[in-house]
Design a protein around this ligand. Structure first.
Ligand SMILES: [Zn+2]
Length: 227
């Protein structure tokens, strides 16, 4: 991203009924827009939250239906999964063109097979990586009581805000990361607290949170590498 006055917050694993509404309110409060990579397996149980996220002006793309290493599955299984997830999302907004994808566990970034398959699925489709991360998949594991949440989130956000890739960058956080780790009872509080501290920090630095711009047109030489 060229504009160093902005950041693009990306939120994986959404939506969740006990956190997404509070996240949407926080984003509104700070006048921020975000890009959600939704998990079909969660979104299927909360279609109203897909609609509400779209209604509030955020970008919504597929993070796959099942939260598994789709990049290690046969191509047909990957594309069936992506299609199933996008079919659910497309009930609530037109399918974006070009399309952006983040696969579970950031899979497939270095795989020509995956890039090729996704480009066949949706022309111009691009995998989205990130710069600074909240590393919020670990935050709840460090909490032993609810009183720890604020301080542990603050550590993550302060590290992220000090990252030289912040301005103009793509940030990663989760709506209650899908993982099996200790401290899962603190995940809802971590998610909402993390986003609040992040938005406060960005506002203090006069950084505006925007949705991801469309990917640049594929460079002519890339077609030869990935085709
Ligand atoms: Zn994920």
């Amino acid at each position: 991203m060229a504009d160093r006055g902005t950041v693009a917050i990306t939120i994986d694993d959404a939506p969740m009924p006990d956190t997404t509404p509070a996240m949407l309110d926080l984003l509104d409060h700070f006048g921020a827009k975000a890009t959600f990579f939704m998990s079909g397996c969660r979104a299927a149980d909360a279609p109203d939250l897909i609609a509400e996220t779209v209604r509030r002006g955020h970008a919504v793309y597929a993070h796959g239906w099942d939260h598994v290493r789709l990049d290690r599955e046969p191509t047909s299984r990957l594309l069936d999964d992506m299609e199933r997830c996008e079919a659910l999302l497309s009930v609530h907004r037109p399918t974006p063109q070009p399309y952006l994808v983040r696969l579970p566990y950031n899979g497939g970034r270095r795989s020509a097979r995956i890039h090729r398959a996704l480009a066949r699925w949706r022309p111009g489709c691009a995998l989205v990586h990130w710069g600074p991360s909240t590393e919020d998949h670990m935050t709840a594991t460090r909490c032993t009581s609810a009183d720890d949440v604020e301080a542990e989130c603050r550590k993550d956000v302060e590290r992220l805000l000090a990252d030289p890739r912040l301005a103009g960058g793509i940030l990663l956080m989760h709506d209650q990361p899908i993982n099996e780790r200790p401290g899962s009872q603190f995940k809802p509080a971590v998610t909402v607290t993390m986003l609040r501290l992040l938005l406060e920090g960005l506002a203090q630095r006069s950084l505006r949170s925007v949705t991801l711009p469309p990917p640049p047109p594929q460079a002519w030489w890339q077609r030869f590498i990935l085709a």
